[in-house]
Design a protein around this ligand. Structure first.
Ligand SMILES: C[S@@+](CC[C@H](N)C(=O)[O-])C[C@H]1O[C@@H](n2cnc3c(N)ncnc32)[C@H](O)[C@@H]1O
Length: 292
């Protein structure tokens, strides 16, 4: 018996505006309490919350990891950032965190969502050291050779290469590990790479209820323009090949250099779902142990 032909994969490239199809960018904005979302986004986000009540906590924990990772990059002297899948501007944007500590630091945002790009352009108007590129990160050449990117960032010097809360939307068919390697190879040694994704590994061991609810959430996203992909922690750790994982290595998000913020979210079941790490790009042999 012949198997049904799977639906074609959506094309790679920047997406045009469509308020009728719920998307990851605007649903994330809704979870974070933003106003840049439409009825279709809110309805699907509410369905997501009805199956996994802690979905907004998961978004906030990811956002908190982003903030701590960006500050860790600044602590290491990084003064330029390429933020892949930057999202709709919200509280605690990367350029605000960065330019508060170093007004001359540069930030290049990249997102394929038209709403995210439109709002970021408005917000960044007049900021000479920050900009956004409307591009699909699954086409690295369209990012790495864009004149806007090359005009703002110096790839001969270390940068912060942020892939926070984005690769969960990139399925195996687009080889997320290969994408990390391509962007890594474009950056100078000493660059710092924070990455976060979602895993089922911990809930499958310790929290069967949340495990089942997370599987239901994944099904809810079948009706969004992006689907959610989950990754095993061992597999995720290999994405840091060619890098030295800085302390504390790959952990669940609340355990990554906690600073006391978001304590109520830290206790939510969402605390077992998000994992992240911060790699430092090295050339030559990589030491086994995480490096402080
Ligand atoms: C969950 S938000 C994360 C925002 C931010 N990085 C953070 O951690 O708070 C994910 C963003 O990635 C964007 N995105 C997903 N797939 C993408 C792709 N292939 N190329 C560019 N952007 C993408 C979505 O449009 C969305 O704005």
């Amino acid at each position: 018996m012949s198997r049904p032909t799977p639906p074609p994969l959506p094309p790679i490239g920047p997406r045009s505006f469509d308020s009728d199809v719920p998307n990851a960018s605007r649903m994330y904005d809704y979870y974070l309490g933003g106003a840049m979302n439409f009825t279709a986004d809110r309805e699907l986000a509410e369905r997501a919350k009805s199956v996994l009540a802690c979905t907004p906590s998961l978004a906030r924990l990811n956002r908190s990891f982003l903030r701590r990772a960006v500050n860790a990059c600044l602590d290491e002297g990084i003064d330029q950032f390429l933020d892949l899948g930057s999202g709709i501007p919200t509280v605690g944007n990367v350029h605000e965190i960065v330019q508060r500590r170093n007004p001359d630091a540069r930030v290049m945002y990249v997102d394929y969502d038209a709403t995210a790009v439109m709002h970021a352009k408005k917000l960044l108007d007049g900021n000479e050291n920050a900009a956004i590129l409307h591009a699909d990160i699954r086409d690295p050449d369209s990012v790495l050779s864009a004149p806007e990117v090359l005009g703002l960032l110096d790839f001969d010097r270390p940068m912060g290469l942020l892939m926070v809360g984005i690769l969960l939307y990139v399925g195996d068919e687009y080889n997320p590990k290969g994408l990390v390697a391509t962007y890594r190879d474009a950056c100078a040694p000493g660059s710092l790479v924070p990455i976060s994704v979602i895993t089922l590994e911990h809930v499958s061991k310790y929290d069967p209820v949340t495990h089942k609810q997370m599987l239901d959430l994944i099904s809810v996203y079948d009706d969004a323009s992006e689907q959610i992909n989950v990754f095993g922690e061992t597999e995720f750790t290999t994405w840091f090949d060619g890098m030295r994982l800085l302390e504390p290595g790959v952990t669940v998000l609340p355990d990554w250099r906690p600073d006391g913020a978001l304590e109520s979210d830290n206790d939510s079941p969402a605390g077992l779902l998000g994992i992240g790490g911060l790699g430092k790009i090295v050339r030559g042999p990589v030491a086994e142990a995480p490096d402080a």
